[in-house]
Design a protein around this ligand. Structure first.
Ligand SMILES: Cc1cc2nc3c(=O)[nH]c(=O)nc-3n(C[C@H](O)[C@H](O)[C@H](O)COP(=O)(O)OP(=O)(O)OC[C@H]3O[C@@H](n4cnc5c(N)ncnc54)[C@H](O)[C@@H]3O)c2cc1C
Length: 419
């Protein structure tokens, strides 16, 4: 087989460093002062360190192996010595013989464990260093995700406005697409660096950890590509300035929409998709249903391991407290909490009790089977008009067309939930 073909069967560490360097230069050129540029600079350094570390891991630690061999030989020598001198021990009665046998079995187990310990010593040291480096890669993936989090497609399509919302916008759709693309490339480089560890050191624990990092980076990248798709679709379909966000509509008719920020916009038809109360304010006479209240309580704990329920959503069928359902959100989406912490979100339906935090904590302690005393309350969100009530007889499909050119939709027109 020729050298060129065989080089496609292994990751080339030098090419990974070159890709990281090239990405750094591209970001520096287009976004000179960006934080992303600094993160990718760090990533390039991490790539170089990873290559050096993997090379180190592939070499035998001779001194350590020598010490392990000497200690193993010493243990075996002691064992052989004992066997050679076995006649000196007195096994003249049954009790003595059994005690001797018992002690011998224990010694064999201990000696076996000691030899195993010495033989796996080098592996454990290398594994420890690799895992620490892989954890750093995981942190870098989260940091890159943080950079893309605030870059929303809507920020580049709201032109021609003077509101404070628009002054935050600094990128054109093209620039935003490039920025997100660079974030996705940086995540791909993180995956490749992690894969170097799996390639250089065959160990199931490292392989698992590398898989985790690759999954995490792929998940973040998927979110980024959804944004890029939205930007490209919007940019292709609409002339610049067509979409305005963060704008309050003050009145509607079949031919125009009046907004607080941009005045009157003429149109051929209006589709009103607000909540029921806002819809009724804009179109007096529209039915306003009764509502159900919902309160959501968010807690965090630094003991995520105590929350392994084996399920994604816990429902209390006994209704033994105020919580209707609760979920360890960070188990479903790890990016919702920093490493080593858990985010628990719990929903209370209807009028919340006065001592909501205490009663929710007590209920959650029973549901999760663990103490919630040390949990920290992050937020309590109460929405009085959260869900339109669907009292019988309920019309599940109210027409959305009110007049030619005037349409109303939303959860108050059919079912109260989107699920
Ligand atoms: C706490 C909570 C938890 C929920 N959990 C779930 C769940 O797990 N599963 C599920 O299926 N459903 C859930 N729901 C219900 C779900 O959120 C709603 O059914 C869904 O969001 C309704 O969508 P909509 O488009 O009808 O209205 P909305 O999502 O309310 O959108 C209306 C939009 O109109 C805008 N607006 C209002 N007035 C104006 C104006 N004058 N000018 C411009 N814009 C205006 C508002 O800002 C809002 O963005 C939950 C709701 C709440 C409150």
């Amino acid at each position: 087989m020729d050298i060129k073909a065989s080089s496609y069967r292994r990751l080339d560490s030098q090419k990974i460093i070159e890709t990281a360097e090239a990405l750094k230069l591209r970001i520096r050129e287009r976004f000179p002062e960006s934080g992303l540029g600094k993160v990718v600079e760090e990533l390039t350094q991490v790539a170089k360190e990873a290559v050096a570390r993997v090379e180190w891991m592939q070499k035998p630690l001779l001194a350590l192996r020598a010490v392990a061999a000497i200690l193993s030989v010493a243990v075996v020598a002691v064992l052989v010595g004992l066997l050679l001198n076995i006649r000196k021990f007195q096994f003249d009665d049954f009790v003595n013989s059994m005690q001797g046998l018992d002690a011998s079995i224990s010694s064999m187990v201990f000696i076996g464990a000691a030899i195993l310990f010495f033989l796996s010593w080098e592996n454990r040291i290398k594994r420890g260093r690799a895992l620490k480096a892989i954890h750093e890669l995981r942190a870098l993936a989260h940091i890159i995700d943080m950079h893309q989090l605030t870059k929303d497609p809507e920020t580049c399509f709201a032109r021609g406005s003077s509101t404070s919302f628009v002054t935050k916008r600094t990128m054109t759709p093209f620039e935003l697409t490039r920025y997100l693309d660079y974030c996705s490339d940086a995540l791909a480089v993180i995956s490749k660096i992690a894969a170097l560890y799996a390639q250089g050191f065959q160990d199931p624990v490292i392989l698992d950890s590398v898989d985790d990092v690759e999954d995490l980076a792929a998940g973040f990248s998927r979110k980024i590509w959804q944004k890029i798709n939205i930007i490209e679709t919007l940019a292709r379909a609409l002339p610049p300035g067509t979409v305005h966000t963060g704008v309050r509509v003050t009145s509607v008719s079949t031919t125009s929409v009046t907004t607080a920020e941009h005045g009157e916009l003429r149109c051929r038809a209006v589709l009103l998709a607000t909540d029921a109360r806002a819809a009724a304010e804009l179109l007096p006479g529209l039915r306003v249903p009764d509502f159900h209240e919902v309160t959501v309580v968010h807690h965090t704990t630094d003991e995520p391991s105590a929350l392994t329920t084996g399920t994604s959503l816990l429902l209390d069928a006994d209704r033994g407290g105020p919580v209707s359902h609760t979920s360890v959100v960070s188990n479903i989406d790890p990016s919702r909490a920093p490493r080593g912490r858990a985010l628990i979100s719990s929903t209370v339906l209807g009028t919340p009790p006065a001592d909501i935090d205490t009663s929710v904590r007590m209920h959650l302690a029973r549901l999760y089977g663990t103490s919630t005393r040390r949990w920290e309350t992050l937020a309590v969100h109460h929405t009085p008009e959260a869900i339109p009530a669907m009292r019988p007889p309920h019309d599940l499909r109210r027409p959305v067309r009110l007049l030619a050119g005037l349409y109303v939709c939303g959860n108050h027109r059919d079912t109260s939930t989107s699920a």
